[in-house]
Design a protein. Sequence first.
Lengths: 224, 224
Amino acid sequence: MEQLLQSVKIGINQKIYVKDPESSELGKRIVEQSILMINEMGFESFTFKKLGAKIGSNESSIYRYFENKHKLLLYLTSWYWGWLEYQLVFATNSIADPKTKLEKALDIVTKTTVEDSAFSHINEVLLHKIVINEYSKSYLTKEVDIENKEGYFVIYKRLVLRISKMIQELDSNYKYPNSLASTILEGSLHQHFLKDHFSSLTDCHEDDDPTKYFLQLAFSSLKS
Amino acid sequence: MEQLLQSVKIGINQKIYVKDPESSELGKRIVEQSILMINEMGFESFTFKKLGAKIGSNESSIYRYFENKHKLLLYLTSWYWGWLEYQLVFATNSIADPKTKLEKALDIVTKTTVEDSAFSHINEVLLHKIVINEYSKSYLTKEVDIENKEGYFVIYKRLVLRISKMIQELDSNYKYPNSLASTILEGSLHQHFLKDHFSSLTDCHEDDDPTKYFLQLAFSSLKS
DNA sequence: TAAATAGTGATAGTAATACTATTATATTTG
DNA sequence: CAAATATAATAGTATTACTATCACTATTTA
């Protein structure tokens, strides 16, 4: 699997960046260190100036890669969803039985991320935490509709629709495949957040993932 | 109902404000106009300076009511959840049958808000939109745990737990009442958002509320 | 090899934000 | 009427989110 993955690059809408951060060492350091910093201090406190200082570079150099920190967040989260989509397709491709297939998909999508050595400068575990804590800020803006038209959310939408298709394949009479798919993806992030900060509002505790809950939820609704 | 409500005041944690905005005309105008402005321009572009200009007052006067705009958002969203909780308790109190009760609760919690004339300076319809677009920003911060300890989210948590209790009353063997309750509250906001901006990711369209979807979702999981 | 070009780093500057502090004035209350 | 309180106006600060300019270096290319 690692050998296969080594040549894979997560394809991200070119409009999101000014210069592809994968194309240089500085670019990779920007991505690598921004993940660490956003995790530590949160997206609000994170600035390009601080990032510049941390990577021994300059604010102005970072602006040559990303127009602003919002675009950097779009880049990071798009990368995460692209990476997750890859995991999902890879793991479910060969499964013929619709139920087993959906089970596997939900497992991948709701579990706490484990490290992937294929992308050396990106820490997927921390990136998952960023997605949990910051993803909704990337679309809860007055510019959503414009940015959506520009294609900044294509990967996420494709992932939701993949799950929706799997739901439909299992139960073609089910009326809400899109809503269920989006609820599971979004809801999974939310349950992870609750586990860490509002434990009384969830039934997932400690090392427990919301996987079982979402499997029960989905398969109760679907006739299989 | 209106006569009953007229004497009701939504009780909000006093730590959220410096001076109770309900205690003066200026305070009410701050709340009233901030709802209109946050709706129009979004929370990021909204500032106390702009609000001061709009209400013919001054930035510094607003700071005597709220420490910062984050606290104002906490106030507005707490008010909304308190108001919704009131609606929920009022409407379900007299229902004995657990299934009918939960049905009614989910109806109230997932439907698009309609105007309530009982609170003249607060537009509940716009406030619901603010909650859809901005609520998660109030807790997705590095200060959540401190603010949670201070009790800034009590009303929301109480509402989730009320729904959770109704779920348990209907099916005491169900393993995930808290997760299901939080998924429905959060998920409802999300489905409303998707309806407006990512229609391909939901099955609720136009004037359609996510109510039916969530009813199907909940009652499929529960044995009744 | 010389010249052009691209990438990076450093510095400076701007408008806006999110406040704080002070003072003046208007209004209410004892 | 005096005292206290609420509000308004002004000014000032540190930080943010940029933009612009310039210098240096490495690499490419003519």
